[in-house]
Design a protein around this ligand. Structure first.
Ligand code: SAH
Ligand code: SF4
Ligand code: F3S
Length: 433
């Protein structure tokens, strides 16, 4: 029998990375080998993102390129999975007939059967429960592993596609998460990153049938000896409970890093965004967490040029950033998305959006640069996760989630080592043992 090869490309967030790993595991179980060379592939999966228009354009331009390859190589099948698949469904096949299968993020466990023609070639059902029960969890990672613990969103921010593409909020039972964690630990993994679009809304059942929150889950995972580090993302301000904040002080395995998107520093824009929190709610959370864990690293997401955003609103966002001082943040110009409440009013000029984004990013970069600089000559603990691009180069993460580069002749992969920081940029640190 000749080998069958799977090529898979992941777009968008870390939950898609996790899903891509699960799809790999499903097909490895069916005898496939994974390839990084698409020209070798019998099966190509594009695990797509719908969050901004640009992300969707990227997918269609990739499909265009793959179409040529498919014409030369008649036995390749093309799957569109992920959030574009969910949002556009059958429309994808109308626009790009070269696509053979379309499967959403909550039904991809059916993909092997779809390809074997046991199931229909299109599935966009929300089957969260069934999906997690039918996935295969074989990690290839050695030091740090993602685990999706929560899916979907019930918050319906007016700009966002996630509630439509990932479906309603769903939390996995605690036992399932612990079993998956143990599987990865047996490969030597030391760090567990708990994922969810609204991870701090987690409310999974424990074996006694009681619903438990994220702080309980973190403490339960931390009881396992082999787990050395725990992280979670992405959180929403309204679910940042006191019990979760407290774990940052009481549990040394929980890393001092919090990704907490706000989107805007203006209350009137937050209201139009349907964010359900104010700037002062956010600042209260920052105060509380910095009181009990002063060194906590806080990051965020921002959207500029949301409909009706005035210069004054934007100035409020800049002032807010100055006040909080973020260690890193992601920022985007507003992109109107089909099916969302805000889609019809995109009334800020592209040039204004770009100018605001550039001003905001300079401020954030400056904060990030200063933050990283403050670590020079200090000792830090770093978990080395992978090899770098150059010989003897390794890349790891500090407890504050900074990328850290090192040159070493020793075997340091998957070790947590105390290092001295020697240099820094806005996006990374350099160190020596
Ligand atoms: N669940 C996370 C965010 C998921 S999307 C949360 O609640 O914060 C990741 C980021 O993409 C968002 O935080 C937002 O900043 C950005 N984003 C989402 N929709 C967008 C849109 N229509 N235009 C521009 N940026 C958007
Ligand atoms: Fe989107 Fe808002 Fe839900 Fe985050 S909380 S996933 S931004 S709808
Ligand atoms: Fe994109 Fe879907 Fe993630 S829209 S950001 S891949 S949840």
């Amino acid at each position: 029998m000749t080998d069958k090869f799977l090529f898979i490309k992941s777009y968008g967030c870390q939950m898609n990375v996790y899903d891509s790993d699960r799809m790999k595991d499903l097909f490895i179980n069916k005898g496939y080998k994974i390839t990084n060379d698409i020209s070798k592939a019998n099966l190509t999966i594009l695990n797509t993102c719908h969050i901004r228009e640009k992300a969707v354009q990227k997918v269609y331009s990739d499909i265009g390129r793959i179409k040529k390859l498919k014409n030369d190589k008649k036995n390749m099948k093309l799957v569109v999975a992920g959030c574009v698949a969910q949002a556009e469904g059958i429309e994808i096949k109308k626009r790009a007939p070269t696509v053979d299968f379309v499967v959403g993020p909550q039904s991809y466990h059916k993909l092997p059967d779809m390809i074997n023609k046991i199931e229909e070639p299109l599935n966009s059902d929300f089957l969260q429960n069934e999906k997690f029960k039918n996935l295969i969890y074989n990690s290839s990672k050695i030091s740090s592993e993602f685990i999706s613990i929560q899916e979907g969103c019930d918050k319906f921010c007016s700009f966002c596609v996630v509630p439509y593409t990932r479906g309603p909020e769903f939390s996995r039972p605690i036992d399932d998460i612990i079993n998956e964690t143990k599987k990865y630990l047996s490969n030597g993994v030391k760090e567990i990153i708990l994922l969810g679009q609204n991870v701090n809304a987690y409310h999974g059942n424990s074996t006694d049938g009681k619903s438990r929150d994220l702080s309980y889950l973190i403490n339960t995972i931390a009881e396992i000896d082999e787990v050395k580090r725990i992280r979670y993302m992405t959180s929403h301000p309204i679910d940042m409970t006191d019990s979760l904040i407290k774990v940052h002080a009481s549990n040394p395995k929980l890393m001092p890093f919090l990704h907490l998107p706000i989107q805007s520093g203006s209350d009137s824009i937050l209201k139009k965004m349907n964010r359900k929190h104010t700037v002062s709610d956010y600042l209260k959370i920052v105060d509380k967490i910095r009181t009990i864990r002063p060194d906590i690293a806080i990051s965020s997401d921002f959207i500029v040029g949301f409909p009706d955003e005035t210069d004054e609103d934007f100035e409020k966002t800049m002032k807010f950033i100055e006040k909080v001082n973020f260690v890193i943040a992601y920022s985007f110009t507003y992109s109107p998305r089909p099916g969302t409440p805000a889609q019809h009013k995109d009334n800020i000029d592209q040039s204004i959006k770009k100018a605001r984004l550039s001003a905001l990013q300079s401020l954030l970069t400056e904060q990030q640069l200063n933050y990283n600089k403050s670590f020079i000559n200090k000792d830090m603990e770093v978990l080395f996760e992978k090899e770098g691009r150059y010989k003897n180069q390794f890349i790891g993460r500090t407890i504050y989630n900074q990328s850290t580069f090192i040159e070493s002749n020793e075997k340091i992969l998957n070790k947590i080592l105390k290092v001295k920081i020697t240099n820094s940029t806005n996006f990374a640190l350099e160190c020596q043992i």
